[in-house]
Design a protein around this ligand. Structure first.
Ligand code: ADP
Length: 310
């Protein structure tokens, strides 16, 4: 027997009442146990897609299945398998973390004894057990966000969805959340997150889809997508001044950043020495060099034309 995907989306479309076509026929598949990133610039359609999967937004057409269960035909059965971590903190700041979790479980009909045991497990996993009985208001920003994850895990969802969980938070807070999410995923929960932080997707996720303008423009294993980006970029510092006309090297893009700095893009498989030899013959002496940027960022910029990617 083959296992159904954790999430299967087919030809999903969303046209808002304003006429904005936020999703233009999106199809994607996330396998059980995966850590999946949905990556895209602002306005790409990420929140709309997550909104539909978490039943907050109505789709215009298409199909969504959660572990084989049709979301639109069997909404409550499908929703029981999903945990959602929204972008905004939405718990009562005047409650204690332990009570927030136990009360949340109560809302889902989980018996109190069981809920208390779950709350202990989830607070420990989120490294919040020492804070179980303090007023949530006093938690740090990172702790508050990890509490959101712990709460979503109370119903033991098979699929945890996070909508830009780290938008606007500093790197230390993000790393703390990554650690919790890795543990959640290692324990068997499929995790999907939307993000526009490329570093986050690259560090956490095994598979990703890149969405832009309401369409999936790339989808696959992170490694394969990075390998597909077969071009490497370098910045070369030059001794002296660059000539007015740069030499031509087949398959290599050369551009002067300024009179002493050269931007170079070349196929990953190409021998850098051959490029250096040609530069040398043209009187250009390379003093030092560095790689240009994060590879995923390059891929993203290339695919979406988004220059503000980082
Ligand atoms: P992202 O999460 O990737 O930033 P969104 O899904 O929020 O993208 O937005 C996709 C497009 O749909 C954007 O053009 C946005 O302005 C539009 N949109 C989002 N929500 C609504 C809404 N409630 N009503 C009308 N248009 C919307």
């Amino acid at each position: 027997m083959t296992t159904a995907p954790a999430l299967e989306i087919r030809e999903l479309r969303k046209i808002y009442a304003t006429g904005v076509e936020a999703l233009k026929g999106v199809s994607l598949s996330v396998q059980p146990g995966d850590f999946f990133a949905l990556l895209g610039p602002n306005g790409a359609g990420k929140s709309t897609l997550i909104g539909i999967v978490s039943s907050l937004v109505n789709a215009s057409s298409g199909e969504v299945r959660v572990f084989g269960t049709d979301l639109f035909a069997q909404r409550s059965a499908a929703m029981r398998m999903i945990g959602l971590v929204p972008q905004e903190l939405n718990f009562n700041l005047f409650e204690k973390p332990f009570d927030i979790l136990v009360n949340y479980a109560g809302f889902y009909g989980i018996p109190r004894d069981e809920a208390m045991a779950c709350a202990e497990r989830e607070l420990k996993r989120a490294q919040l057990w020492e804070k179980a009985q303090v007023m949530s208001r006093t938690l740090s920003g990172g702790m508050k966000r990890r509490l959101m994850i712990a709460r979503a895990m109370m119903t033991e969802p098979r699929l945890l969805i996070l909508d830009e969980p780290t938008a606007g938070v500093d790197i230390e807070i993000r790393r703390g959340m990554w650690r919790t999410l890795r543990e959640v995923n290692a324990a068997g929960t499929t995790v999907i997150l939307t993000t526009h932080y490329l570093e986050e997707a690259e560090s956490l996720c095994r598979n990703l889809a890149i969405i832009d303008g309401g369409r999936i423009i790339e989808q696959g294993p992170m490694k394969a997508l990075l390998a597909k980006l077969d071009v490497e970029g370098f910045v070369l510092d030059i001794d002296g001044t660059l000539p007015a006309t740069l030499p031509h090297v087949e398959g290599v893009a050369l551009a002067a950043e300024d009179a002493h700095t050269l931007d170079l893009e070349m196929p990953r498989a190409m021998d850098l020495n051959r490029v250096f030899a040609t530069l040398d013959a043209a009187g250009i002496r390379v003093r030092s060099m560095r790689t240009k940027s994060n590879r995923l960022e390059e891929l993203f910029v290339r695919l979406t034309g988004n220059k503000d990617a980082a």
